[in-house]
Design a protein around this ligand. Structure first.
Ligand code: ZN
Length: 452
């Protein structure tokens, strides 16, 4: 029996090492010549840097590094290189529309199958990566785990996309965010799988374990979607349970009372800033609670001037109070008006996402702080800053490049020229070149917990 186990282990090791080699050969060295290199943490820029990459990771960064013989050299000496961007709250696999559902997402849920939504998510991921988003937190409303499937597919090497931090199904007390009729609730199960009902402590524990079992990397709670929402004690229990699987908890809040309960429980991220008061901001800054404000700009395809003014004022106050801010969109919709005004062409999901910088500009937040929210704070909120983000030795080689200087002109981010993910070039000279990301099988076995 022992011999059998040893043989089995040997086969496993062999299989894993073979798989690891089918991607970028680990011995291949790439050298990037960066004309300018931004460190968003300090808000500083160095010039004429060399970044050495071996396989998927950065091995060295400096001004006078010797480029090894045989290295692939990528010349970005005319560009500004910086870490990839993060959308800290989005929805990749939900697209509600004017037609036929009149933007009423109960109907989207009924009409769009999970497989269709998973394919939408895959397309959105490619569009976001092209605009420089190398990490996204996908926090629910993905049918039956389209979000964790997308994460797995990208990690396994089926297709390109950002690093996905999925929440699995949003956990809420009876009804989630929906108000179904008894017929729809009892006979047609309309709440699940958009929401996972969990009322008692036992049900909360079970719901969190189910999400983690199916691949969630963060947990999302509806704190106050119903008057019978979660208490401070309920939220603390959830935080404790999620921590067992290495997950942090985000709370969706839509009332001042719900926000206070989330803060009192010591939640990791609060989503949606529109009911937060200056006092909430003060407490969040004190406790280091991240804000994913989902700060929608006023555009011809979305929003109202009045709502925008309020969003800008709230974001400004949160920044003044020094709340750890993330860049977040809550994107989950589409309409016919999402076209470029000059060319008449469709805006991509990446264009639509980057457009949220308009709210930050209207709040008069300095570009360096916007950039920090879009990178460093996003990596921290996604809880991956030890692996991804800062451009330094030992980190995964995820980076982008733009013309101009985003530290003084944040609009420079609207035109991403170069994208690298896991050491592989995805976009160069402003054109997507994703061939190397596509494989006929799961060629990469991700390290770390749960590959399913
Ligand atoms: Zn949301």
């Amino acid at each position: 029996m022992k011999k059998c186990i040893a043989l089995f282990c040997a086969i496993l090791v062999l299989t894993f090492s073979t798989n690891a080699q089918t991607q970028t050969p680990p011995s291949q060295i790439t050298a990037i010549k960066a004309g300018r290199l931004i460190d968003p943490e300090s808000g500083t820029m160095a010039t004429n840097q060399v970044i050495l990459i071996q396989g998927e990771k950065i091995t060295a960064v400096g001004a006078n590094l010797a480029i090894p013989a045989g290295a692939i050299v990528i010349d970005l000496s005319k560009l500004t290189v910086l870490p990839g961007l993060v959308d800290a709250h989005t929805h990749m696999a939900l697209t509600y529309k004017d037609q036929p559902e009149n933007n009423y997402y109960y109907l989207t849920v009924v009409m769009d199958s999970t497989p269709l939504r998973a394919i939408q998510a895959a397309s959105n991921g490619i569009q976001l990566l092209s605009s420089g988003f190398t990490v996204i937190r996908d926090v629910g409303n993905n049918g039956l785990y389209a979000d964790t499937a997308l994460r797995q597919a990208i990690e396994q090497g089926w297709l390109p996309g950002p690093t996905v931090i999925p929440s699995g199904i949003i956990i809420g007390s009876t009804g989630g965010q929906l108000w179904p009729t008894p017929e729809m609730y009892k006979r047609h199960s309309i709440v699940y799988p958009e929401y996972l009902d969990a009322n008692s402590h036992d049900e909360i524990v079970r719901a969190i374990r189910e999400n983690m079992l199916f691949g969630a990397r963060t947990i999302k709670l509806c704190i106050d979607c119903k008057p019978w929402g979660y208490s401070v004690e309920d939220i603390k229990l959830a935080i404790n349970e999620a921590a067992k699987g290495g997950c942090k908890v985000e709370g969706h809040v839509q009332t001042p009372e719900g926000a206070q309960r989330a803060i009192d429980a010591g939640i990791y991220i609060i989503a949606h800033g529109n009911t937060l008061t200056p006092e909430h901001h003060r407490q969040m800054a004190e406790k280091g609670i991240f804000l994913a404000g989902t700060d929608t700009p006023f555009t011809k395809y979305r929003g109202t001037e009045a709502a925008f003014k309020q969003t800008v004022a709230k974001l400004r106050d949160a920044w003044e109070k020094k709340v750890p801010l993330t860049f977040s969109t809550d994107f989950d919709y589409w309409n016919e008006r999402m076209k470029d005004e000059k060319t008449g062409e469709w805006l991509s999901r990446g264009d639509l996402t980057i457009a949220f910088i308009e709210t930050w500009k209207a709040a008069n937040i300095p570009p360096a702080d916007i950039l920090k929210a879009m990178t460093i704070n996003g990596y921290k909120a996604a809880d991956i800053i030890k692996e991804r983000g800062p451009i330094k030795a030992g980190m995964f080689a995820d980076m982008i490049a733009v013309a101009g200087d985003p530290l003084t002109d944040i609009d420079a981010l609207r035109n991403v020229q170069f994208v690298m993910k896991n050491g592989m070039v995805f976009k160069k000279d402003g054109v997507m070149a994703p061939e190397k990301f596509f494989h006929p099988g799961p060629v990469r076995i991700p390290s770390g917990r749960w590959t399913r």
